[in-house]
Design a protein around this ligand. Structure first.
Ligand SMILES: N[C@@H](CCC(=O)N[C@@H](CS)C(=O)NCC(=O)O)C(=O)O
Length: 219
């Protein structure tokens, strides 16, 4: 098989790419990054010393960064669902929202979770406070933005929604999206009802005990 995805089912960035693959029914080999598969881990470390995942290997060519992997799939393995619109301006808006979800939802969410994994003496209280403030601001902005939209851009599911789904899923677990953000909460529910997203959520279900802040009993 030409496409090999090195990933973990519980990882948000892995889910971002899995959603894109499932949207288009793209065949690929899942290479699980887990201590149960030391051979896969060794291959991954040799391929990508930065050790951030997922990574894709397409017929020997390494592709890194979830957004770029999704763009690569659209270019070289297109399917019925176009995740980057053909129109250049619409594509720019998709990339803009994709950057928003990576930088202003996922990054602060990961900061809070990774801080919890540190030894108490090494924790960064101020950094966590700033991350929570960033999420509050991002939720506020997104709530207004989503008030008139179904999906993140141009009323069709795109790369930006592939990012939004796992990041809002975990962000809400990490720093609850308050009831006053009704449009954002409705968008999160719409994302979770999408079959590709439902599938990644279900595949990740067995790993919920790995969530460092304690997974809530919902979703
Ligand atoms: N910028 C990367 C971020 C990937 C990322 O942070 N992945 C997490 C898993 S969700 C990871 O590699 N964590 C391992 C670590 O931080 O050591 C992308 O867009 O793919």
């Amino acid at each position: 098989m030409s496409l090999k995805l090195y990933a973990h089912p519980f990882s948000s960035y892995s889910q971002k790419v899995l959603i894109a693959l499932y949207e288009n029914g793209t065949p690929f080999e899942f290479c699980p990054l887990s201590p149960d598969h030391p051979d896969v881990l060794a291959r991954f470390h040799a391929l990508w010393p930065l050790k951030r995942f997922p990574i894709l290997v397409d017929d020997g060519r390494l592709v890194v960064e979830a957004s770029i992997i999704i763009e690569h799939l659209g270019l070289h393995h297109p399917g019925p669902v176009r995740l980057l619109p053909e129109d250049a301006q619409a594509a720019l808006e998709v990339r803009m929202l994709d950057r928003f979800f990576d930088n202003y939802v996922s990054t602060p969410q990961q900061k809070i979770v990774s801080d919890k994994l540190r030894a108490p003496a090494a924790r960064d209280e101020q950094g966590v406070t700033e991350a929570r403030a960033m999420l509050d601001t991002a939720y506020e902005w997104l709530d207004g933005y989503m008030a008139v939209r179904t999906w993140a851009v141009a009323e069709s599911f795109s790369l930006a929604d592939c990012a939004a789904a796992p990041f809002l899923f975990y962000a809400d677990w990490t720093h609850a999206i308050g009831e006053r953000f009704a449009h954002l909460r409705a968008y999160r529910r719409r994302l979770l009802a999408r079959p590709s997203v439902m599938r990644v959520v279900n595949e990740a279900r067995p790993y919920r005990e790995l969530f460092p802040l304690g997974a809530p009993d919902r979703d």
